[in-house]
Design a protein around this ligand. Sequence first.
Ligand SMILES: [Cu+2]
Length: 98
Amino acid sequence: MLRRLLLTTTLALTLLACREPRAMRVELAVEGMTCDSCVKAIEHELGKMPGVASCKVDLEAGKATVEYREGEVEPAQLAAAVDKLGYEAEAGSPAPIE
Ligand SMILES: [Cu+2]
């Protein structure tokens, strides 16, 4: 009985550890971008952050769309990195990528 419980627990933990992190997408509203080098700077900065899979900045719309792996980076960290470059970013609600 105890042995069976242990086995079940071990199996559950193993499955949990092997689970792939969910792919997420979040949009950041970015204020202060004026030209293409702003776009490049933000894409470069976000693109090198751990957990970030891709980043696309839209100058006209004033937003950055970031795809990342859940648990490796948080939207607030992405926004903070953009703020650090001298812009003002606010993260929207993240959603899993279908
Ligand atoms: Cu610029």
